[in-house]
Write a protein that binds this ligand. Structure first.
Ligand code: 13P
Length: 339
C-alpha cells in the first residue's frame, strides 16, 4: 500500500467545494427508478442516462469523483470513448461500487447484511486496472423502535466494512465506508443519533482492529435525522447540531474526510442541511457530500428517457451540484432555488 498516494486521493475526493456524484445504482435499483419515471429498463437506456450525467458540461467544477457500477464502468459514450476516459477527461476521479447488495441477515428478521467479500481481492485488482481509484461498500441498518438494530447486525456490518476497506487499500484503492442508518420508520432524531453513534463506534473499532489506515479512508454516513414517518420535522439547525455532535463523538480526527449520503432526503432539504452543518463550529475533517438521489432526481425526471431533454436534464444536475458546492461553504440559500 502506498499510503501517501492513497491519502492524496482521499483528500482530493473531499477537496474544498467539491463532493461525489454517486451514480452506482445497481441494475435493479436503476431499473426501479426508470420504471417509476416511465423510462424503458434496458442496458442502452442505462448507458444513455449515465452518459448524460458524465458529460454534463463543467461537472468537475463542483464534483471531485463519480461512483460507477460494474455495468457502467465497462460502458462507453455513444462515440465509443470509454466512460472511464470520459470521466478522467472531465477531471473526475473514478470510483466503483463493489458490494453486491443487501441480503436478509439470517436469524434476524427485518435486518440486512451486505454481501460481496468472496472474490473481492480479484475484483478490486480488475477495477484498479480499469482506472478506478476508490471504491464504495454500503451497509444498511434498519431502526425499529428500541428493537432494531441488534448488536449482531451492527457488528456484522462493521466487520464486513473493515474487511472490504483493508482489501481496498491493499489493491491501491481508497475505501469509502458507508454504514447507512436508514430513514425508514417513525423513529426520532434522538434515536437516530443513538444508533448512528453505536454504529460508527463499532465501525471504527473494526477498521482499527483490521489494520485499515484511517488516513486513507473516507466515511460516508447518514445525517442524523428523524425517520420519514416521525411526526416531528427536524429543523436544519437541529439536524446539523445532532450530526456534528454524533460525528465528533465517534470519528477519529485522522479520517481525511466525511461525505454524507442523501438517503432519500429531497435535494433542497439535503442542501439546506449540508449548509447548516457548515455554519457550525469548525470540524476536524472536511465535510462533503456523496449524493445519488439528491443530485440526480430532478435530472432523471426531466430527461424521462428522451434525447431532446438531455441538455435540460444536465442543467438540472449541474444546478444541484452547484447548490451542494455552495453549501460546503455555508453559501447555500433559498435564493439559489429561484429559477
Ligand atoms: P443516496 O444519496 O440516494 O442515499 O445514495 C447514496 C449512495 O451511494 C447509496 O449507496
Amino acid at each position: 500500500m502506498n499510503l501517501q498516494a492513497l491519502t492524496g486521493t482521499a483528500q482530493a475526493l473531499v477537496a474544498p467545494g467539491k463532493g461525489l456524484l454517486a451514480m452506482d445504482e445497481s441494475t435493479g435499483t436503476c431499473n426501479r427508478r426508470f420504471a417509476a419515471a416511465g423510462i424503458a429498463t434496458t442496458a442502452e437506456m442505462r448507458r444513455a442516462y449515465r452518459e448524460l450525467l458524465l458529460t454534463a458540461p463543467g461537472l468537475g467544477a463542483c464534483i471531485s469523483g463519480v461512483i460507477l457500477y460494474d455495468e457502467t464502468i465497462r460502458q462507453a459514450r455513444a462515440d465509443g470513448t470509454p466512460f472511464v476516459k470520459v470521466a478522467q477527461d472531465a477531471g473526475l476521479i473514478v470510483g466503483i461500487k463493489v458490494d453486491t447488495g443487501a441480503q436478509d441477515l439470517a436469524g434476524h428478521p427485518g435486518e440486512k447484511v451486505t454481501e460481496g467479500l468472496d472474490g473481492l481481492r480479484e475484483r478490486l485488482q480488475a477495477y484498479a486496472g480499469m482506472g478506478a481509484r476508490f471504491a464504495k461498500w454500503r451497509g444498511v441498518i434498519a431502526v425499529d423502535g428500541a428493537l432494531l438494530p441488534t448488536a449482531t447486525c451492527i457488528e456484522a456490518h462493521a466487520h464486513a466494512l473493515a474487511r472490504y476497506a483493508a482489501l481496498c487499500q491493499e489493491a491501491g484503492l481508497v475505501p469509502v465506508v458507508e454504514p447507512e442508518v436508514l430513514m425508514d420508520g417513525g423513529h426520532t432524531r434522538q434515536r437516530c443519533q443513538e444508533v448512528t453513534e453505536s454504529v460508527l463506534r463499532c465501525v471504527f473499532e473494526q477498521l482499527v482492529r483490521q489494520g485499515v489506515a484511517l488516513e486513507a479512508t473516507i466515511l460516508k454516513p447518514n445525517m442524523v435525522t428523524a425517520g420519514l414517518d416521525c411526526a416531528v420535522w427536524d429543523t436544519a439547525a437541529e439536524v446539523a447540531q445532532a450530526t456534528l455532535q454524533c460525528l465528533r463523538r465517534t470519528v477519529p480526527a485522522a479520517v481525511p474526510g466525511i461525505a454524507f449520503l442523501s438517503g432519500g432526503q429531497a435535494g433542497e432539504v439535503a442542501s439546506h442541511r449540508l449548509n447548516e452543518i457548515h455554519l457550525g463550529a469548525a470540524a476536524p475533517w472536511p465535510l462533503s457530500f456523496s449524493f445519488a438521489r439528491a443530485l440526480q432526481h430532478p435530472a432523471l425526471d426531466i430527461w424521462a428517457g428522451r434525447d431532446a431533454n438531455r441538455a435540460a436534464a444536465q442543467q438540472a444536475l449541474l444546478h444541484r451540484a452547484r447548490c451542494n458546492s455552495a453549501a460546503l461553504k455555508g453559501q447555500y440559500g433559498a435564493a439559489m432555488e429561484v429559477p
